[in-house]
Design a protein around this ligand. Structure first.
Ligand code: IDP
Ligand code: MG
Length: 139
């Protein structure tokens, strides 16, 4: 059965471009409840750890540098079928290929600086939520 929670980050590009409010509006309008949320900044070490599965990819260092370049908004979201529905809401990794109206189509700069993160499985949603939030910070 599909789980009901996912993890997201509004990435440094979208924070810098002033899109926090618009992105949270889209998230609420799509029926997600905010379970946990904070503005924070990842150190290069923490960003490297978060994206460790991509260690062998050619863009890994670029990704770590970008994700530690400025503040982010991290959040846990709740809705039935959360992981899949949130991936639909954000659109394809490359905003040029993202469906019209999706968060990445509207607010991302490019394939690397792509406005938002969304977990890709229930298992990773739980791991990523625990990476950023204590149990006492999730409501
Ligand atoms: P996803 O965020 O849509 O799940 P992944 O393939 O898991 O995409 O990649 C993680 C992140 O790495 C992307 O969101 C993006 O920021 C970055 N990334 C992915 N592909 C590229 C690329 O070809 N060039 C630069 N950065 C990339
Ligand atoms: Mg991914």
């Amino acid at each position: 059965m599909a789980g009901n929670r996912t993890f997201t980050m509004i990435k440094p590009d979208a924070v810098q471009d002033g899109h926090i409010g618009a992105i949270l509006d889209k998230i609420n309008a799509a029926g997600f409840r905010i379970v946990a949320m904070k503005m924070t900044k990842l150190s290069p070490e923490k960003a490297g750890e978060f994206y460790a599965v991509h260690r062998e990819r050619p863009f890994y260092q670029e990704l770590v540098d970008f994700m530690s370049s400025g503040p982010i908004v991290a959040a846990v979201l709740e809705k039935s079928n959360a992981v899949e529905d949130f991936r639909t809401l954000i659109g394809a990794t490359d905003p040029a290929k993202a469906a019209p109206g999706t968060i990445r189509a509207l607010y991302a700069r490019n394939v690397g600086e792509n406005a938002v993160h969304g977990s890709d499985s229930d298992e990773n949603a739980a791991i990523e939520s625990a990476f950023h939030f204590a149990v006492t910070e999730m409501f």
